[in-house]
Write a protein that binds this ligand. Structure first.
Ligand SMILES: NC(=O)c1ccc[n+]([C@@H]2O[C@H](COP(=O)([O-])OP(=O)(O)OC[C@H]3O[C@@H](n4cnc5c(N)ncnc54)[C@H](OP(=O)(O)O)[C@@H]3O)[C@@H](O)[C@H]2O)c1
Length: 244
């Protein structure tokens, strides 16, 4: 059976790993036919991950879109409606972080972070959840963070955005349970991705890898439809980095 799966931020890091993990799941689940709709702002990234997923036997489609731009959010949602007429899974993964001491953060840092992590995530979810309500099926993942429940000194704006995403998760659950839609809040700790920029070997050894986050996401999706994994919290075995 075909599963239409939209992954935002699929070009790099955790989103990229999730796309590949969905494609690789075909090896163990021959009946699973994912149609991976891969989206981010950088077309070259999308082409690269698309090729890798196709090599695993998945069908893929790429949509370049900036979810901080409402016109792009509408275009992305319309693409799903027009090309597929249904949506089985939305992975709200696209996110940005600007890190620094509280007193150094600017209005631009604030707007940049909130327009993607909160505004874009909210309106894309609103559009596609409406489809899932009509279908009375679907699964939405939010890649929030351990910073959605815990403060980090250098992460004031990022923490605000992630605590905010958690507010959306918990509100959406109230609707989702009535509509037979599954909601999973994925809260990773530090995972080595381009979001971190340059990371020295010592710090790298204290971090998870993106595929460590991807595997439980796909396992949660493949649970029987009667069961929802509501939360996945993943940390490096040694705990959080002091400052993320
Ligand atoms: N890495 C961690 O330690 C960690 C821990 C907890 C939670 N998370 C969360 O996990 C998610 C993925 O993070 P990551 O570490 O994989 O980051 P990443 O390596 O920077 O990748 C982020 C992806 O999101 C895309 N993206 C960013 N802003 C976008 C926008 N406005 N519209 C569309 N696409 C956008 C990027 O696309 P372009 O580059 O093409 O713009 C990129 O493909 C984020 O929500 C992040 O907050 C990460």
């Amino acid at each position: 059976m075909k599963h239409v799966i939209l992954i935002t931020g699929a070009g790099k890091g955790i989103g990229r790993a999730i796309a590949l993990e969905f494609a690789r799941a075909i090896r163990h689940h021959p009946d699973f036919e994912p149609v991976l709709v891969l989206s981010s702002r950088t077309p070259a990234d999308l082409e690269a991950i698309s090729l890798e997923c196709r090599a695993e036997g998945a069908l893929t489609d790429t949509v370049t879109a900036d979810i901080s731009d409402m016109a792009d959010v509408r275009r992305l949602a319309n693409h799903i409606v027009e090309h597929y007429g249904r949506i089985d899974c939305l992975v709200n993964n696209a996110g940005v972080g600007r890190f620094g001491m509280l007193g150094d953060m600017t209005e631009e840092d604030f707007d940049y972070t909130m327009s993607t992590n909160l505004k874009g995530t909210f309106f894309l979810t609103q559009a596609l959840f409406a489809m899932m309500q009509r279908q009375r099926s679907g699964h939405i993942f939010f890649i929030t963070s351990v910073a959605a429940t815990k403060a980090f000194e250098h992460s004031s704006i990022y923490c605000m955005s992630k605590f905010g995403q958690r507010g959306l998760v918990e509100t959406l659950r109230l609707y989702a349970r009535k509509s037979n839609v599954r909601i999973t809040d994925v809260q990773p700790g530090a995972a080595l991705t381009p979001m971190w920029g340059e990371v020295n070997d010592e710090i790298q050894s204290l971090m998870m890898m993106p595929e460590d986050v991807a595997a439980p996401v796909v396992q949660a999706y493949l649970q029987p439809a009667r069961t929802v994994v509501e939360e996945i919290v993943l940390r490096p075995t040694g705990g959080d980095l002091q400052d993320e």
